[in-house]
Design a protein around this ligand. Structure first.
Ligand code: G3H
Ligand code: 13P
Ligand code: ZN
Length: 303
């Protein structure tokens, strides 16, 4: 079933676990994520960035989520880092059940103004909204590279009060992409705890991929040149969940698994050219990674 963002997160907030939000861009990624949710009996958030909406198209992504929702696990179809208000309106109209409005690049008053507008549109349709305050580091296709600005707890309280968002993405040291830390890879758990105690609402962690060494090694073995990627260690994710994070975004780990598995087939079986034989192992490996994360987030068995 397709459920609204605030509903899927309310249970997680109450029972102290996190729902994984995985970026989908094509059928195999969607099948891997949903296959994991079914196997783990876990709720799941399928999220589509503006880049994904451009790449796959709103109708294909909606169709994928509709099929996903036929399973017996709660599924939320969510816009990730929405900035284009017209695109957000189209997704609301098309049946998305969660929206992230990302105004974190704007001055606070403009971020509040736009987020509030999105909340009004969404709540009219029974859809939940995630806002962002502070800036998460790193660069993605549609997101300009920037330095991390940690979320200020007082500003967060003001932001939530003025906008009426259902969930808040905060910056506590993570970055998007595969190169998150130069040092020890620690999150500011104290800041997370302060914000959670103050807001008492679902908190979202972006840039949370683990960048598992096994995937990096596998990709490199079959020709990838990735330099020195670094993710958020599993123990830091567990601490974040324990201290109040209820939605955890993961995209990079899916990309790494996809890349490593596709490279392996092509390198080991150069005679292979059936797309099903090339993409099938990638789908399996992504599902394996997602299942591991659902266990780590504590969402397994919560469907
Ligand atoms: O946080 C961003 C996600 O990884 C999506 O990236 O904009 O390249 O689709 P994208
Ligand atoms: P990663 O790049 O760490 O997977 O983060 C994804 C994300 O935050 C999507 O919004
Ligand atoms: Zn993000």
């Amino acid at each position: 079933m397709l459920v609204p963002l605030h509903k899927i997160l309310a249970k997680a907030h109450k029972e102290n676990y996190a729902v994984g939000a995985f970026n989908i861009n094509n059928m195999e990624i969607c099948q891997a994520v949903v296959g994991a949710a079914v196997a783990e009996k876990s709720p799941v958030i399928l999220q589509t960035s503006e880049g994904a909406l451009k790449y796959a198209g709103i109708d294909y992504l909606k169709a994928l989520a509709t099929v996903a929702a036929m399973n017996k696990v709660p599924v939320t179809l969510h816009v990730d880092h929405g900035r284009d208000l017209n695109l957000i309106r189209s997704c609301i109209k098309a049946g998305w059940t969660g929206i992230m409005y990302d105004g974190s690049h704007l001055p606070l008053d403009e971020n509040i103004k736009n987020t509030k507008k999105v909340v009004q549109w969404a709540h009219k349709k029974g859809i939940g909204v995630e806002g962002e305050l502070g800036t998460i580091g790193g660069a993605e296709e549609q997101i300009i590279a920037r330095k991390i600005i940690y979320t200020d707890p007082d500003a967060a309280a003001e932001f939530v009060e003025k906008t009426g968002v259902d969930a808040l993405a905060i910056a506590i040291g993570t970055s998007h992409g595969a190169y998150k830390f130069e040092g020890s890879g620690r999150l500011d758990i104290h800041l997370l705890k302060t914000i959670k105690d103050k807001l008492k609402m679902p908190i979202v962690l972006h840039g949370a991929s683990g960048v598992p060494a096994s995937l990096v090694t596998m990709a490199a073995r079959f020709g990838a040149e990735l330099g020195k990627p670094e993710g958020v260690p599993d123990d830091q994710i567990a601490l974040a969940v324990k201290n109040g994070v209820n939605k955890i975004n993961t995209d990079t780990d899916l990309r790494l698994a996809f890349d490593a598995a596709v490279r392996k087939v092509i390198k080991e079986r150069p005679e292979e050219f059936d797309p099903r034989h090339i993409l099938g192992p990638a789908r399996d490996l992504m599902q394996h990674i997602v299942q591991h994360r659902m266990k780590l987030f504590g969402s397994s068995g919560k469907a």
